[in-house]
Ligand binder design. Structure first.
Ligand code: AMP
Length: 331
């Protein structure tokens, strides 16, 4: 079974965009591949988060992913900082990484622009850490968005370079994994296109019924079509796209029909949409609360994930040490 690895940003709560755009694919993948999912807490240090926030967000993220259905019996779920082998590989990879190529990475250049007062070496060597995350498990596939393509190219370069320097065929070149032909884009309901945390328009999986209703009822609409079968303006299309994602086909067809015959009442449509979003979120919300209050279970998942991940990473590091000329660790 091919190994797939995906990092999870330990910031923010999961929203519908995350769920339908990424998490849902993870749920399927865990049965089809040898999956490693890790909470990227070392990566988050580039912005110097408060220790209490790190502790809290790792727990929150783990609870939310488990509540969505990530299965620790199927996938290896771990926290990056529980696997120190990653850091050893990060060091080795950094020794073969060059300033010029690191400075040319677009995500680095963006950070330099966004946080000019905190251009730390961690930001510069972010591609080395990402490559170490991947190569330590010799993963073949990594689910990433377009923005990570260049970092993936760097990971392949690190793998090739290591193999060339030492005359080995040790690291496979990891490929970007695209979930499906057509990526699901969950729209925002405020007319701004995409749903996202930074867009301030996110509906979170943990939002309660009232909050969901308030967010949906605020959705931007227009005065309604006057000509039958007219094309939908973007804000209206967004409502329909959301309905297509969370509601039944009958519900979608009903409102689509009403739109096409110029009889649509957006208030009714939004009420229905809010009810359907809530019907989707309610069981997830309940499970999030259950997991968050079960520290013993969360600790067990984290511990077992770390053990599985470390066992695999240890094998890689020991071989790397031998290849480089160091003694392998005593067992
Ligand atoms: P973010 O929370 O912005 O770091 O997003 C994490 C991942 O969730 C992204 O790489 C996408 O795969 C997915 N995602 C986030 N927002 C959306 C959205 N509005 N539509 C589809 N996928 C999304």
């Amino acid at each position: 079974m091919e190994t797939v690895l995906s990092g999870i940003r330990p910031t923010g709560n999961l929203h519908l965009g995350n769920y339908f755009g990424a998490v849902k694919s993870f749920l399927k993948m865990q049965y089809e591949y040898n999956c490693y999912f890790f909470i990227a807490d070392w990566h988050s240090l580039t912005t110097h988060p408060h220790p209490e926030n790190i502790r809290k967000s790792v727990k929150t993220i783990l609870s939310e992913y488990l509540a969505c259905g990530l299965d620790p019996e199927k996938a290896t779920i771990y926290t990056q900082s529980d696997v120190p082998e990653v850091l050893e590989l990060y060091l080795y990879l950094n020794m073969n990484a060059y300033l010029g190529e690191l400075e040319r990475v677009t995500t680095f250049k963006d950070k330099v622009r966004l946080q000019p007062n905190n251009v730390n070496a961690g930001l510069l060597t972010y591609p080395s850490l990402m490559a170490a995350d991947i190569l330590v498990h010799r993963a073949l596939k990594v689910p990433v968005g377009k923005d990570q393509e260049q970092n993936m190219e760097m990971a392949r370069k690190y793998a090739r370079r290591f193999n060339t320097i030492y005359g080995v065929e040790f690291f496979p070149e990891p490929a970007s994994f695209h979930f499906s032909e057509k990526a699901v884009k969950v729209p925002g309901l405020d007319g701004s296109g995409k749903m996202g945390k930074s867009e301030g328009n996110a509906i979170y999986l943990r939002d309660d019924e009232q909050t969901i209703k308030k967010k949906v009822m605020k959705a931007v609409t227009d005065s309604g079509p006057t000509v039958p079968n007219s094309e939908k303006p973007e804000v209206i299309q967004n409502l329909f796209t959301m309905m297509e994602i969370v509601s039944s086909k009958e519900t979608y067809d009903y409102f689509n029909e009403k739109y096409n015959s110029c009889e649509i009442r957006y208030g009714d449509m939004k009420k229905q949409l809010a009810a359907d979003i809530n019907a989707f979120c309610a069981p997830v919300r309940e499970r999030i609360t259950e997991f968050e209050s079960d520290n013993a279970y969360l600790d067990k998942v984290a511990k077992e994930g770390a053990e599985k991940s470390r066992a695999n990473a240890f094998k890689t590091i020991n071989e790397v040490r031998e290849i480089i000329g160091f003694k392998p660790y005593a067992k």
